[in-house]
Each structure stands twice: as C-alpha cells, then as structure tokens.
Design a protein around this ligand. Structure first.
Ligand code: OSB
Ligand code: MG
Length: 368
C-alpha cells in the first residue's frame, strides 16, 4: 500500500453539558480527524489530544505540527506501507503517541477496509457487544450529581465512574452509595490530583467497596502508586502512567496497579493497545477501555478493542449521546447497557458528509 496523502480536519463539537475533571472544565470538544488516502482506498483516524496539554503533554496544535513536519512525511516516503509498519517507521521520533496513534488508526482503517476485515476481527474480538460504563464529571452540588447519576442508571449504564479531586471525593461517593446502594459498580478517577500526603483522605474511600481508584498520583509517580497501594484497600488502576506495553509490565511488576485503563491514543495506537491487553492478561490484570470524548469514529474502534477477552471490566465506552446531541457518524445507542461491536470493514462506520462539514473548522491536505 502506498500513502498518497493525509487530510487533516480540525473539528469542534459542543458537549451536551460541561465536563469537569480535576484538570479543567470542557464545554466543547475540539479535536483532529485524519483521512488517509492510499493506493488501496481511504481510512479515518481520530486523535485523542485536547486543545490544552492538561491531561497529558500533547495538545491539538502540537499534534498538528508534529504530524505535518515529521510523521506524515515519514509515511509518505514509505513504498510498501502497512499498519504494522507505521510504529516502526515513526519510532525515531520520540513521544507524540497521540499523534502517532491517530495516523496508525487511519492507515489501519484503510488497510482493513481494503481487505474487508473489521477492527474487531483484526484486534481479536471475542464478542459482538460490550457492557458500558459512563464517566461522570465533578458537579457543583451533591443533589445535581445524584440526578445525573440516576439518569445514567436509568439509561442502563452498568458502571458509574465519578471524577474526584481534593474536596470532592468521600462525600459524593458516600451520597451515591446511600442513594443507589452497594450493588452498583462504582469507581473513581482522580486524574493525578493527589499526593502521598493524602493517604489518610484516600483511606476514607475504603469502606465504599469501590471497584478501583484511577490515577490518584502524578503520571511519573509509579513507585508512589506502589507505596499508596500498601495503605489503601481500593484497587489502584493506572491511566496516565501507562504509555506502552513496557510501562504496563513495569507498573504491574512494581505493584503499582491491580487494574489498567487502556486508551489507544495514550499508548500510541490500537496495535500497542492490544499488546498492553496481552501483557495485562498474561499477569491476570483486568483491563478496561478508557475514553477521550471520542466522536463515532474513535468510539467504533474503542468498542472493537473493548470486545477483546481481557477487557473484563466495563469501559468508558458510553453512547454517542453521553457527550454529543449529534455525532458525526451514525450514533452509538445503548441497548441493555451495551453497545454493538461494528462488524463492517475497518471501523464499520464513516462520517456523514454533511455532519462532518458542519463541525469542521479547518482543513488541510498533506502530500509529498
Ligand atoms: O481520565 O479517563 C480520563 C476524558 C478526557 C480526558 C481524560 C479522561 C476522560 C474521561 C471521559 O474520563 C472518558 C470518556 O467517556 O470519553
Ligand atoms: Mg482517567
């Protein structure tokens, strides 16, 4: 396969409600989409990066620059391109995993569409639908939080994840347990908002039988998580700290986590995400699929990944209407708490041209 060019599209989509995490509040999602045009046909990629480098060091303008200057030219120069060659061809450029992930996704989609194989089949899917959880932002008040959580439970979500930060942790968890009982699957995500001096406060979460606490400490503090694990009963799950299959293996070996959140964008793509899954499975470590407020394109690929056998916990693979009134693909709709794994070639979904045009704010074409 020969890459003829890549179309970069910056899109802006309003969110149904502001989404607040410990690192900031989002009112809209601005992201980069890629359309790879190859000798075998075209494919779509979506980049997980946000406008500001608050979740990780990558951000939309930076991604666009590194794609334009280094990553896309390196692939345009390759004569016999396959999705599995993307990471090796880009390996000399350090970091920029989200940019690399988006490019590999577009090439993989083109390749799979050309061969009539779905993402799920290519990655090793073992089921045709996946159970879904939902990530719930930090709210102004407890009553509002309870309304929102109640709404998601009515929708059928099988697992609730509460975003937490110092000052919004034990009380919201207690309130949700009191209102909805001990049987709901409940977990929390701190997005690095705590330090080891918060051990006493984090111990106060122990009685609530949470499934896990996600990324309490900073990204580089893997040893700190291993230390924290000795003092709290809630299982620690890493998100930001796991950037590759190797770092997942190291974190497990150090005792820093008992569960891993796999986000393909964070680890450099769907092929590395599968390797993270494999490493975790080999160690008996459950994984689940995280999210980056994806459009229907990224959501399709995430649902496919979440249908691999090691994904034994519900992911942040919520329906399109969790974030968007109107998606750019046919929307993903929750049925009995599950989403169907797309079975068509490649992603199995394609942007609806009029919808894509509506949300596109900038467009450019990169070719040699
Ligand atoms: O930490 O999982 C996270 C969204 C943006 C950045 C980081 C995170 C999140 C979420 C939402 O929690 C996940 C989703 O449903 O897309
Ligand atoms: Mg997280």
């Amino acid at each position: 396969m020969k890459l003829s060019g890549v179309e970069l599209r910056r899109v802006r989509m309003p969110l149904v409600a502001p989404f607040r995490t410990s690192f900031g509040t989002q009112n809209q999602r601005e992201l980069l989409l890629l359309r790879a045009v190859t000798s075998e046909g075209e494919g779509w990629g979506e980049c997980g990066a946000m406008v500001d480098p608050l979740y990780s060091s990558e951000y939309v303008d930076g991604v666009e620059h590194v794609l334009r200057t280094f990553l896309v030219p390196a692939l345009l120069a390759a004569d016999d391109l396959t999705a599995h060659k993307v990471a090796p061809l880009l390996a000399k450029f350090k970091g920029h995993r989200m940019a690399k992930a988006a490019l590999e996704m577009a090439v993989l989609d083109a390749e799979l569409r050309a061969h009539g194989i779905s993402f799920g089949t290519a990655l090793g899917s073992t089921k045709d639908s996946v159970p879904c959880g939902v990530s719930v932002g930090i709210m102004e008040t407890i009553p509002h939080l309870l309304d929102v959580v109640g709404g998601y439970l009515d929708d059928g979500y099988v697992r609730i994840k509460l975003k937490i930060e110092p000052g919004w942790d034990v009380e919201p968890v207690r309130a949700v347990r009191e209102r909805f009982g001990d049987d709901i699957l409940l977990q929390v995500d701190a997005n690095t908002a705590y330090t080891l001096s918060d051990v006493p406060q984090l111990q106060r979460l122990d009685p609530f039988e949470l499934l896990l606490i996600e990324q309490p400490l900073e990204e580089e503090d893997v040893l700190g998580h291993a230390e924290l694990a000795k003092h709290i009963r809630t299982p620690i799950c890493l998100d930001e700290s796991v950037v590759s299959a190797r770092s997942a293996a190291d974190a497990i070996r150090l005792g820093a986590c008992r569960i891993v959140n796999i986000k393909p964008s964070r680890v450099g793509g769907y092929l590395e995400a599968r390797r993270v899954h494999d490493v975790c499975a080999a160690h008996g470590v459950p994984v689940w699929c995280g999210g980056m407020i994806e459009t229907g394109l990224g959501r399709a690929a995430n649902v496919a990944l979440a249908s691999l056998p090691g994904f034994t916990l519900p992911g942040d693979t919520s329906a399109s209407d969790r974030f968007y009134t109107s998606d750019i693909t046919e929307p993903f709709v929750l049925e009995g708490g599950r989403l169907p794994v797309p079975s068509g070639p490649g992603l199995g979904v394609t942007p609806i041209p009029e919808r894509l045009a509506e949300v596109t704010t900038e467009q450019s074409w990169l070719a040699s």
